[in-house]
Write a protein that binds this ligand. Sequence first.
Ligand SMILES: *Cc1c(COP(=O)(O)O)cnc(C)c1O
Length: 419
Amino acid sequence: MSAVTPSPPAAPAEPSVASAPGGALAEVIADRAAGPDPVCLFGYDLDALARHAQRVVAPLPERCRMFYAMKANSAAPVLRTLAPVVAGFEVASGGEVAKARAVGPGIPVIFGGPAKTPEEIAEALRQGVTRLHAESVLELHRISRAAVAAGTDAEVLLRVNLAGPFPSATLAMAGRPTQFGIDEADLPDAVAAAVALPGVRLAGFHLHSISNNLSAEAHLDVLRMYRDKAAAWEREFGVRCEVLNVGGGIGVDYVDLDARFDWEGFTRGLADLVETFPDHVREIDFECGRFLTAECGRYAVEVLDVKRNHGTWYALVRGGTHQFRLPASWQHSHPFTVFPVEEWESGLPRPEVSGEPVTVVGELCTPKDVLAREVRVPRVRAGDVLVFSHAGAYGWEISHHDFLSHPHPEQVFLGDGGG
Ligand SMILES: *Cc1c(COP(=O)(O)O)cnc(C)c1O
């Protein structure tokens, strides 16, 4: 690689501009902007969330089920909105099991996660989870021990870290060393253990291998590969795959918001693909996070200052990556829109920047606290509010809230999620 002449840097793509917040959220922002504290809030539109989830679930062919991977956003109003629409929740900790149970004792829960403690496994069984996704042979033994102690059988999928190659190489997060799942080469031992251990009922395989994928075609290719893998393992090990979990990983393009994953096209292709699965496959489970909740959330933060430093314009906001780490973790400029606020404290200068690229940073004492880099906007003034869209998944949830001990943002849930 090092001998290759570097190609000239590509022209930076113009980042997307987010759509302006709708009526109810605009009212909340205006109300908070008139108050004494700087605006800093997450706003979630539960009605939009319910409509979106219904549109995702409705075209799924028979045997396909959509679970919600709650690590993307496990706020109770979000879970309550999704519970009547999705097949259940995918959880990855004892805390998430408890959150799922707080929404409703009857909702199906499937339990994954790379490092489950024996106590979490025992508690999950007491809570009546539908299935566990086992990530190692030791974990199979732990599940077996807990199930025997509880006098029950645990339905288990083996999570396999596939050897690849994947149809679209850029998408894979398996097929290379990660802490997730059982190495495909070790599958013979894992299947033997799953079949032999008391209290364990092997129901199939779990193959979540891609993340933030934007291509419906590529997703169908990967599913075809999963189908063929499962069929080959059935022959090789003499087991039946009744449940195939194909994971999440349906993407959102934060830089080009118009480049949406073609869900309608995908589900049409899926309907044909599902026809080619054997009859004994009773369930094909999806467990999506980002695709379900990204769009329902916005992050609104007030500009505290505007200044130029060594030729670059900065807008400094109340908030930052300790509340909204998503753009830092994906290294992108997150789309936002400017919500103008006319009030300004008289007697103070009001700095602004117009028509120049501006970098939006937060209140942390680190140069990494960047939400958007060199984005050209018509005008930003101190006192205006920046509203970041697509902040409903992996926003607040993944952030290091207490770094520097700033106050937490308000969490505003709009609508009743009734659709
Ligand atoms: C995170 C995760 C998901 C959800 O991924 P999205 O990209 O948000 O759809 C699903 N399954 C497992 C095992 C995960 O770790």
